[in-house]
Design a protein around this ligand. Structure first.
Ligand code: GDP
Ligand code: MG
Length: 419
């Protein structure tokens, strides 16, 4: 079991905990940052210093609750036809033809500001804002759109040369003191067109560099140190989509990061690793809080081992990694293969194997022996917590590896690979 938790159970030394907690916590967080906001970290440390562990446990609980209940409103704005709806569908992990997708089309399809909640979490909503520059667009869409203060940030979508409309939007959002990200879509078709028109001199990197430069030069007149993300909504695993996701997550306030990360589609192995780290961090924080509370005899501490509850929890992890029944069915449909073929790649479908897993049993036994030999006794709820902690770690690792295998299968079956 990890050292800080064990130390806590064995020594119960709050001063030591206060000095070790922040640096230890850093080792747990994913590369886009952790769940605890800076203020919570400070408060927890001060609570330990003052010998008030119960307050520290409460602070952890508060932070975990706000992480789970966080809301996020993202405004996606840009000219009609630039790919806003398609972009929203990618971010929500929804196929363009799937039920609930934002309608995509060659003629303007969205005339009203439309909310698209994430299918797994209504608290996270993407707003498809009326395309500008069409006959039906609002007389003053910028006011209507930019004037709304509820958005956490804006994403400006542009699909061709940097336009006066792009500049105007960036300027208005900037004046509002809001953050925006500039996304240049359809780079797949730019590359295709360039290759067609200049087959001999075509160089992918040069074309991408030119597109980026054109946007940067213009944006730098509006903001200092602008960033541009070049994406294809048809090939989101390529180009800057994964980097965009990472940047958004990094920039978010800590309490909004957990839900946002879990709801992002798995675009890369590195993304699956970030999810794994953050889910483990949350598990650790819960276990740490329980370890603190276990030393307060009056604290109601119920954590019986209930098989069906554990099965449910495993399903929740599968959902976090995009491997719930609905997602598997969708993946199978997209790839034109049977669901069974996807399930055959997943080891987490065999719940019983987790209960018999020798590694988990071994590590739990070692932990329990270690505690027993150090303090001479072991309350039953502590041993139960230890079992559940390691079982969940195994769940998370197994599901994360499943997600990687499924991702590899999706890559392998991509149409351009099959040729
Ligand atoms: N090649 C290519 N086409 C795209 C991309 N994104 C969107 N499109 C197409 O562009 C058209 C307009 O897209 P849509 O998402 O409806 O744009 P919106 O009007 O801004 O919401 C549709 O035909 C999409 O299929 C992209 O990244 N690459
Ligand atoms: Mg649209």
């Amino acid at each position: 079991m990890d050292l800080l938790l064990l130390n806590f159970i064995l020594k119960n030394d709050f001063r030591q905990l206060a000095s070790k907690f922040p640096s230890y916590y850093k080792t747990l967080v994913s590369k886009v940052g952790g769940i605890l906001p800076q203020e919570s970290l400070k408060r927890i440390q001060t609570d330990f210093e003052k010998g008030q562990p119960k307050e520290a446990a409460d602070e952890i609980q508060r932070a975990l609750q706000s992480a789970e209940n966080a809301t996020l409103n993202v405004a996606v704005i840009g000219q009609s036809g630039s790919g806003k709806s398609s972009f929203i569908n990618v971010l929500r992990g929804i196929g363009h033809e799937q039920i609930g997708s934002a309608p995509v089309g060659v003629v303007p399809t969205t005339t009203k500001k439309t909310p698209y909640p994430h299918p797994k979490c209504p608290n996270m909503t993407f707003w498809d804002l009326p395309g500008t520059g069409t006959p039906t667009s609002l007389p003053n869409p910028y006011q209507e759109v930019v004037g709304d203060d509820n958005y956490d940030f804006f994403i400006i979508i542009s699909s061709s040369r940097f336009s006066a409309n792009d500049a105007f939007l960036a300027q208005k959002i900037q004046e509002k003191g809001k953050k925006f990200y500039f996304v240049r879509t359809k780079v797949d078709s730019d590359l295709y067109n360039e290759k067609k028109s200049k087959p001999r001199s075509f160089k992918k990197e040069t074309v991408l560099h030119q597109i980026r430069d054109n946007c940067l030069v213009n944006l730098s007149k509006i903001v200092s140190e602008p960033t541009v993300f070049l994406v294809s909504n048809f090939e989101p695993k390529k180009f800057d989509f994964p980097k965009l996701q990472e940047t958004l997550l990094q920039d978010l306030p800590a309490e909004k990061r957990y839900i946002s990360l879990l709801l992002c589609p798995n675009l890369s192995e590195s993304f699956i690793e970030m999810k794994r780290a953050m889910i483990k961090e949350k598990l650790w924080l819960k276990a740490f809080r329980e370890a603190i509370l276990a030393f307060f005899p009056m604290t109601p501490f119920c954590c019986g081992f209930n098989l069906s509850e554990q099965k449910q929890q495993l399903k929740r992890y599968q959902s976090n990694f995009g491997l719930d029944e609905e997602s598997v069915s969708q993946i199978a449909q997209n790839l034109g293969i049977s669901e069974q073929e996807i399930y055959s790649l997943m080891k987490s479908t065999d719940f019983i194997s987790f209960l018999k897993d020798d590694d988990t049993i071994g590590i739990v036994n070692k932990c329990i022996e270690f505690i027993f030999s150090n303090i001479g006794f072991l309350p039953s709820y502590v041993s139960l917590s230890i079992i559940i902690y390691f079982l969940h770690l195994k769940f998370i690792d197994t599901v994360a590896e499943d997600a990687k295998r499924v991702l590899a299968k999706i890559e392998e079956m991509k149409p351009d690979r099959k040729k």
